[in-house]
Write a protein that binds this ligand. Sequence first.
Ligand SMILES: *Cc1c(COP(=O)(O)O)cnc(C)c1O
Length: 848
Amino acid sequence: MMKKNNPISKVKSKLQEKGLDKQEIQNILIEDARTGLSVEALKRAISNNLFYVQGKFPEIATRNDYYMAVSYAVRDRILKRWVASVKQYLDGKHRVVSYLSAEYLLGPHLANNLINLGIYKETGQAVKELGKELEWLIDKEIEPGLGNGGLGRLAACYMDSLATLEVPAIGYGIRYQFGIFEQDIRDGWQVEDTDNWLRRGNPWEIERRELNYEVKFGGHVQHYTDNNGKFCSNWIPDLVVKGVAYDTPILGYDVNTTNTLRLWKSEAPKSFDFQLFNAGGYNDAVRQKIVCENISKVLYPNDEQEEGKILRLQQQYFFVSCSLQDMLGIHLRQGDKIQDFYKKFVVQLNDTHPAIGVAELMRLLLDKYQLEWEEAWDITTKTFAYTNHTLLPEALEKWDLELFGRVLPRHLELIYEINRRFMDKVTVKFYGDHHKIASLSLIGEGPKKYIKMANLASLGSFAINGVAALHTELLKKTVLKDWYELSPEKFSNKTNGVTPRRWMVLSNPELTALISDKIGEGWIKNLDELRGLEKFAQDQDFQKAWMDVKHQQKVSLSKKILQRLRLRVDADSLFDVHVKRMHEYKRQVLNALHVITLYNRIKHNPDIDMVPRTVIFAGKAAPGYKMAKQIIKLITSIGEIVNNDPDVRDRLKVVFYPNYNVTNAQKIYPAADLSEQISTAGKEASGTGNMKLSLNGALTIGTLDGANVEIRECVGEENFFLFGLNADEVEEVRVNGYDPYSYYNDNPDLKLALDQINDGYFSHLNTDTFKTLVRSLMFDDQYLVLADYQSYIDAQDKVAETFRDKSKWAEMSILNVARMGKFSSDRSIKDYCDEIWKVKPVPVKLKN
Ligand SMILES: *Cc1c(COP(=O)(O)O)cnc(C)c1O
């Protein structure tokens, strides 16, 4: 018997009032029990999942059982919207964005999906009524770290914005079994541990065993002329791998649109090669299987540094081939002509990692679909668009030609032919300019020939973009200069952005509530509305509430630091935050020199009145990058001295927060007062950490590099602590010969700091520990650390002076956030949609 005030009977009587009959009401109730968004429906779903999916009951259910039960309840609700989206897209009438990226640094799913579904509170209540805490379950999730840093995180933000803007899109990538390594700090040094992120299962993916493609490797190519006299190629591989699709639904915020992130896992085509097996080749059969599975086994942990390894090329080709076969399959199943492929799909290359797609689409069109060269090339070059992410020469992809030919013999032929036709044109156009012709060639000459992937991407794409205004300008002047002069119409800028859902609503609910209280919630989907905060920037009560939220976030982070590092930091001190991958160009060393300088001021004058600071570093170093690892050791070593020196008292603390990833970034960004964006000008393509920190109310100390330039333009120069050489000046210093010794010799503070590092002051008098680092700074530093030292120190002193005036700081922080609208990834994606992809939103309706 149902009670009258039971929620179900309430719904029932409402439906009766609407005049629905018994069967209709029954159907709605069943549907609601399955995927309803009320606390009651959620509670029932969670309990059911605990029982029917996990096979557990409350008395014996573990924390992970509960996490799984909640996640499956949420996934059901997303799947309902996913199915609606797929149905909506089924007619095939609209264009689809295909985003090809070797990396997706997604971060944990559960909380984000709750926000985008709009049921964070309801789920919290449901879990509470089941006797557990939602936060406790959210903290249980192991994030999918399928990326290294900014590039992979950008892909994740773009997937969120595409769905939120209701744009049909598929993200394609690799389902690495092991993502970016976990970092631990032992004796001050980084140690790496494998990231076994799938060990407790992954409730967010759906394995699509029926969706699989074969990918060939190695072997040779046979040529013959067919009965019609057509020249044909037949690639006989020596290895065939199967790619199996794993789909993760990506739900937009406050919409039904749910797009697909399709990641490929590599397997052996059959579990055993029976021919080998029967011939007694058991070991060979097993070895084949392992070779196949290895391809999607592990993410290469290099950021901004290329690894010319065979396995890496295999990974790239593997996922690109699966993805293109998948797109062609979708296109042809909808009954469309192969010639119209480019009208259906626009394929964005996230850096050159998927650039082999240009040659692969040519191969599929020529060898599989029998098109003529001109037609195939026309389709291909109307399909691809290319985003460049770097100006660092060591990050530009090059493949040794011989290695390339061994892995992809057919593609090498195709690249030769593409290049031959291209060189014919270029030679006519730039007759006599050998330098230019050589630079445009897809093939580099030297002691060993190599394939230039940026050239393949540039030639094969109808659009080329950089990721910040300065970056795009530098691209046109440097790495892609010849391509710009050849086809200026292909070039445009698309400044990066970040999703305000994860990077504000989810990670900073307190600031979100304060902002929404003042200006409503519209800013979450239209970040320009933050502008409405400007008029409260000088409001004393609002300033206080603003700084209270910041203080609260700093207290939370302090607790985490205490737990993780057993180090007590003062939440009233200035939180000076430098978190990103460890790289010389990002100049963590410059920050370290500032810390030493502050320390020396205290030692020199123990009663000095200074603004207390907590300097927080975090970031992984590529395992093979010795210098970056030495920089970590330098930071932790300075910390050991500074944090334990009784003279310092509470005026200075140095923290190296281990294992920087999305989960930890979400805890750190909201607590920052100061954002360190101090790369050598002209080296950071855009940066997105700068945007996330600024959006969370941190003021920036930075160089005129990447998107810093645009952030400063937007927030106002009076709210930005600028220092250092600009990109032109950096170039000039280099041309005139950079002389680090003169900076060292002329600056007593700098000299003292460097001498201390060199003499083992921070390394128990061991002068070997930082030998290579000091030598690099003093004798061959490409990143001009010493040249910017004094300018940086001066800017830092200005930061501290400003921080003393709490009201002034609050005003600057509020204005800063109010003017960050441009840096939403929604804006970036709109620009891509309008100017490159030419796609329009397709709203998704839910039945009932
Ligand atoms: C945003 C982000 C990055 C990129 O940071 P930058 O400061 O732009 O280099 C790297 N890693 C994680 C986990 C991030 O969230």
